[in-house]
Design a protein around this ligand. Structure first.
Ligand code: G3P
Length: 214
């Protein structure tokens, strides 16, 4: 399973990358806006830190505009993955990029049929948003199960990139289902390491070691 970090905050990326478990980065227009910097600056800096796929999203909503914008983003660095919304225009642009061997991440996926059309268009990654489905009373993880089954039925090579991860249980469920990738906020990545019994056990080991050495 590949681990991506879902942020445009460079300091978070630097720290998480130093832990040695990060394979790539995803950004979106909301995350870039939150960083207060231009998309180009942020993406360039991320590419200088992380050696792996970096998703950068287009703003245009028509396929021609997406192709133009995505082609410019792809020029920034060979690791850039063009993030496109799951609309007819987005899927048209996805087909263009896959025909031209440029990697894509089709985002805002909320149904198995949407994931199916993205795979037909040759998407490199499909991003189903599990947390946002949970927010409206659905079960986001069920969508990951459905997409896994459909992609396996036909041998689609599109990678399932579980997105909108809100807590560590989402991560565990994604891993159990066999999601290829999970993109995870910094706070959730950090929480993956922790367990109260680890802290308690370590404290006891150190205490016992100290008393034995006296
Ligand atoms: O990057 C896309 C996705 O992970 C967004 O997550 O928490 O805004 O639903 P969230």
């Amino acid at each position: 399973m590949e681990f991506f970090i879902d942020t445009a905050e460079v300091e978070e990326i630097k720290e998480a990358y130093s832990w040695g478990i990060i394979d790539g980065v995803t950004t979106n227009p909301s995350l870039i806006a939150k960083s207060g910097r231009s998309q180009e600056d942020v993406i360039k800096e991320i590419a200088s830190i992380v050696d792996g796929p970096i998703s950068a999203e287009v703003i245009a909503t028509d396929s021609e505009g997406m192709i133009k914008e995505g082609s410019q983003l792809a020029e920034i660095h060979p690791n850039i993955v063009i993030k496109l919304p799951l609309t007819i225009d987005g899927i048209k642009a996805c087909k263009y990029f896959s025909d031209n061997e440029i990697k894509t991440n089709v985002t805002l996926c909320f149904s198995a049929n949407q994931a199916l059309v993205a795979a037909k268009a040759g998407a490199t990654y499909i991003s189903p948003f599990v947390g946002r489905l949970d927010d409206i009373g659905q079960t986001g993880m069920q969508l990951i199960e459905e997409i896994r089954e459909i992609y396996d039925n036909y041998g689609f090579s599109t990678k399932i990139l579980t997105a909108s991860i809100r807590h560590t249980d989402h991560m565990k469920a994604a891993a159990l289902i066999g999601s290829d990738v999970a993109t995870v906020p910094f706070k959730v990545l950090k929480a993956l390491y922790s367990h109260p019994l680890t802290d308690k056990g370590l404290e006891q080991f150190l205490k016992d070691h100290a008393s034995a050495s006296n």
